[in-house]
Design a protein around this ligand. Structure first.
Ligand code: PLP
Length: 417
């Protein structure tokens, strides 16, 4: 059997053993509804509140500021719609960076279309802050968009495709000076595993997701700083102090806390370990013909390597890597797994990929990644590139054969994450 080398931790990470162990009692033994009154329910409630305290401490917040959600997408949607719906109409503009994840982009676009009129959000003005060639928001350019009434500014802590860390401190200074009425949200879904919580301290709202940290899928949180007005998206039993109704996922909250704890306990050593592995991988691959690093490493998360590879198509590249057991990504794909044009690369002034010019290749390392994984990638990627380039070098028919074979194999005219 082909050995599997998983270098797609920005897409998701496996649950850490200690996280699974912490969660297990709340699935089977203490399964109570945390809103109930009897002993099984009270036990669940205690675990939930302990998890809340721990999540708060690990994110630099107070327990009452933590709203548990079903993950990063819900947290970001709650940040956008919850902020807009809490303001008197018209609520003011939404401003976001050009490289946000769809979990932020799409609710902002929907708000601009007036799609959530049911929440009292009329069509709002949407302004998009440009980024530089490394994917960093220019605080000055952002400031130029902050005239008039601004309801929400959303700038992610670190980008999921290219790994660029944003200058949140500078962003916050500009927002507080030029739009003091605006709520500042950061999507810290990618950053939370790696960055100190102090990085998100200047923000009013912070979204996190457990499955990027070695926790379970379908669990996350939105930090809502005291005094920040937020209307709920979900109405019902009034859980989470009326901010997010629905029976609590106690095991998920416990898992989020345990995953954040694992990241925090080991952060400096793990950052150094991942950066060293990533650097070795980056040095080896960037030395290959036609391979360039998209963003200087000093500007990215420690486990993130994004490359542009000349002379190959991204579908072919990913499928052949997968055939060799190397799980990688192009960075941008939709729910079906089909590849999309990258709005992130486009915003950085790069060709968004898809043609036979330069294929984006994202390799992301995580808590289980070992030196052997890096060795394997250093062997597999050059071999696959040589195979593809050999086909490319041959005239028409042969190249089309490779492409057709690859597409047939992927089954969707594109390729997986
Ligand atoms: N924001 C970023 C930056 C992400 O990378 C992701 C997931 O890929 C999300 C939001 C969505 O989080 P979730 O998968 O928990 O809904």
């Amino acid at each position: 059997m082909t050995p599997v080398t998983y270098l797609d931790h920005a897409a998701t990470t496996p649950v850490r053993p200690e996280v699974a162990a912490a969660m297990a009692p709340y699935a089977a033994q203490w399964y109570g509804n945390a809103s109930g009154a009897h002993r099984v329910a009270r036990r669940a409630r205690r675990a939930l509140e302990d998890a809340r305290e721990e999540v708060a401490a690990l994110l630099g917040a107070r327990p009452g500021e933590v709203v548990f959600t079903s993950g990063g997408t819900e947290a970001a949607n709650l940040a956008v719609f919850g902020t807009l719906a809490a303001r008197p109409a018209p609520p003011g503009a939404v401003v976001h960076s050009a490289v946000e994840h769809p979990a932020v982009l799409e609710p902002c676009a929907a708000a601009a279309r007036g799609a959530r009129a049911v929440f009292g959000v009329p069509g709002v003005e949407r302004r998009v802050a440009p980024v530089d060639g490394a994917g960093r928001v220019d605080p000055g350019a952002l400031g130029a968009l902050l005239g008039g009434e601004v309801a929400l500014v959303s700038v992610m802590a670190a980008n999921n495709e290219v790994g660029t860390v944003q200058p949140l401190d500078e962003v916050a200074v500009v927002v507080r000076r030029l739009a003091p009425e605006a709520v500042l949200h950061t999507d810290a879904v990618q950053a939370a595993a790696h960055l100190d919580p102090a990085a998100t301290a200047p923000c009013d709202l912070v979204s996190v997701s457990a499955h990027k940290l070695g926790g379970p899928k379908g669990a996350g949180a939105l930090v809502v700083r005291d005094g920040v007005a937020l209307a709920p998206l979900l109405y019902g039993g009034g859980q989470e102090r009326e901010r997010r109704s629905g029976t609590h996922d106690v095991a998920g909250a416990v898992g989020l806390a345990a995953a954040l704890r694992a990241c925090a306990e080991n952060r400096p050593a793990e950052t150094a370990r991942l950066a060293a592995l990533r650097d070795r991988l980056g040095d080896g691959l960037a030395a290959l013909d036609g391979v360039t690093e998209t963003v200087p490493r000093a500007l990215t998360l420690p486990g993130h390597l994004h490359l542009l590879v000349e002379g190959v198509e991204r579908e072919e590249l990913l499928v052949l890597l997968d055939e060799e057991g190397l799980c990688a990504s192009a960075g941008s794909s939709c729910a079906s797994g089909a590849l999309q044009e990258s709005h992130v690369l486009a915003a950085m002034g790069l060709r968004p990929g898809g043609g036979a010019d330069r294929a984006p290749l994202r390799l992301t390392l995580g808590h289980p990644t070992t030196a052997a994984d890096v060795d394997r990638a250093l062997a597999v990627v050059p071999a696959v590139l040589a195979r593809l380039r050999e086909a490319t070098g041959a005239p028409g028919r042969r190249r089309r054969d490779v492409a057709a074979g690859v597409r047939a194999q992927s089954g969707m005219g594109g390729s997986g994450r």
